[in-house]
Write a protein that binds this ligand. Sequence first.
Ligand code: CIZ
Length: 311
Amino acid sequence: IDPSLDLVAEINRLRRERNAVILAHYYQDGEIQDLADFVGDSLDLSRKAAATDADVIVFCGVRFMGEVAKILSPTKTVLIPDADAGCSLEESCRPEAFRAFRERHPDHIAVTYINCSAEIKALSDVIVTSSNAEAILRQLPADRPILFAPDRHLGSYLARISGREMTLWPGSCIIHEQFSERELVKLKVRHPNALVAAHPECPEAVLLHADHVGSTRAILDYVLASDRTEFIIATEQHIIHQMTKAAPHKTFLPAPGADGGCSCSNCPFMALNTLEKIYLCLVNDAPAITVPEPLRLEALRPLERMLEMSR
Ligand code: CIZ
């Protein structure tokens, strides 16, 4: 790329020429969030992907999110800036092992977190995100046990708040798993007025210190609605960009890892996306997400169920 190129201007030109919409997750770098047409969590963004009349969707997040957009909008071109932007939860749950897990529990309803591959979605009864999981669980028959995959921390949090019997897949998110209870307590002592907002992918020991547990959207709403001015945020730290934009007078501290620093709350997969790669994907029409049609139709069923159940 010519270093004198005005990347933002070029991306804007290409977005107009290609009738493209740029979707960005809250965990993206601030400069990508600022460039996007919509910023949100995976539920909001999948709704946008399903409803858009753009010809091209550039999904700035991780691969499974682009895959969801393609499953919901198969006639659109779905581009992702970096094909290697994976997810530790997706990696932890492979189709053969998940099929065997289901076969060992034939009477269970398979409720699966959206952070998984199309193959796992196709083997599931209903998909959930962290913002609709509780509401969807409440609508499922009370007499049926539940299999929850792939995040065991989110699953055990949901089992605690819903009282449902759940068998959990042993996966976890490499970011949320690293927050340290010990260091969080130290930070709280240094900031006694700070409220702690934590994502349910965090281990239970961390959640026990939270004033609020919720999805990215819920955490954002919580800190903006609160009349307090200092918060410790236990999720991927780039969501703080939206918080600071909306409430510049408030202070947001990323939750610490075991070394007391906050580098652990930087998702290495989300960080693969850059303005340069957004520009290049629009120029090259690649990397583009493809999902074979039989698999897409199988994965669509539990995703549509999720959208119906979270209206
Ligand atoms: O669902 C999402 O977008 C993720 C990964 C987290 C959240 O709570 O929104």
